[in-house]
Design a protein around this ligand. Structure first.
Ligand code: C2E
Ligand code: MG
Ligand code: MG
Ligand code: MG
Length: 274
């Protein structure tokens, strides 16, 4: 297809190998849940004092031969196979169990946990039932749970998404709009959604000092959040210069390698208790 129309293309060995690798990965995905190859990593979120106030949970796949596979590679596969519903439920349940464990610890009991929810998972007819089952099983403190959704969730069946959000919010769950600015947000609907937080996408944050356009986007997002009474957090903060620019522009919550990479629960706890 890349060579355009009216060209004949033979299936070359490289393409065949790539396709085969893809098919194998997909087969492996089915085994991954049963074989406990999924793992949650935790990345700190900090306030302007540098205090860790919460974490984002990031899924990792420990593949027996390939090692750690990145979400960019397997999330689309989970979505296209429908496995995202089961794996997403496992992620939420594990995160909720972590919240319960931390709530018993004096130094960890105030942490919030943010969990990414795929739009496909959110739109599934059984989503609310599955989430409520997780809540019942774990008895997690829901006011410390945030769900991260992306703008693409609201491209279709927006009322349905909104209703589900309202049902969860009634139980104390909060919502963050992830990767903000990269999707197709219309400002009109933004005000109608029961959101709590805008998360400025890392692509803007990382270029905030180099590109005036990106700086303008970040600045207007901060102002927009403020005027809609939403919290705002910047993701992908890697340098002190970026952080101080953000602070100067009234963004007071950050996530990024500057404050910590995603790590296993044990390493995160060790860092918190050090
Ligand atoms: P995201 O939700 O926007 O997560 C932030 C991503 O940026 C993470 O990549 C994180 O490791 C990375 N990151 C954080 N700080 C920095 C930084 O300072 N510099 C750079 N260069 N990167 C930084 P990761 O873990 O590879 O996840 C990629 C995406 O995969 C996530 O983007 C999210 O969309 C998806 N994902 C991860 N875990 C889950 C999950 O449990 N469920 C669903 N549905 N999606 C997930
Ligand atoms: Mg996220
Ligand atoms: Mg993001
Ligand atoms: Mg992202």
């Amino acid at each position: 297809k890349n060579s355009g129309r009216h060209t004949v293309c033979f299936f070359d060995p490289a393409m065949q190998a790539a396709l085969l690798a893809h098919v194998r990965l997909e087969a492996d995905l089915h085994l991954a849940l049963a074989n406990q190859q999924w793992q949650l990593y935790y990345q700190p979120q900090v306030n302007h004092h540098g205090t860790i106030t919460g974490v984002e949970v990031l899924l990792r796949w420990q593949h027996p031969e390939r090692g750690l596979v990145s979400p960019g590679e397997f999330i689309p596969l989970l979505e296209s196979t429908g496995l995202i519903n089961d794996v997403g439920e496992w992620v939420l349940e594990d995160a909720c169990k972590q919240l319960v464990r931390w709530s018993e610890h004096p130094r960890l009991c105030e942490l919030t946990i943010s969990v990414n929810i795929s739009p496909l998972q959110f739109r599934d007819d059984h989503f609310l039932r599955r989430v409520n089952d997780v809540f019942e099983r774990t008895r997690a403190p829901l006011h410390r749970l945030k769900l991260e959704v992306t703008e693409s969730l609201f491209l279709e069946a927006r009322d349905d998404a909104r209703d589900k959000m309202l049902a969860l919010k009634a139980q104390g769950v909060r919502f963050s709009l992830d990767d903000f600015g990269t999707g197709y947000s219309s400002l009109a609907y933004l005000a109608q959604l029961p959101l709590d937080q805008l998360k400025i996408d890392q692509s803007f944050v990382q270029q905030v000092l180099e590109s005036e356009a990106n700086a303008a986007i970040v600045e207007s997002t901060i102002v927009l959040a403020e005027s809609l009474s939403l919290e705002v957090i910047a993701e992908g903060v890697e340098t002190e210069a970026q952080q101080s620019w953000l602070l100067d522009h009234d963004c007071q919550a950050y996530q990024g390698y500057l404050f910590g990479r995603p790590v296993e629960a044990k390493a995160f706890e060790a860092m918190m208790l050090a």
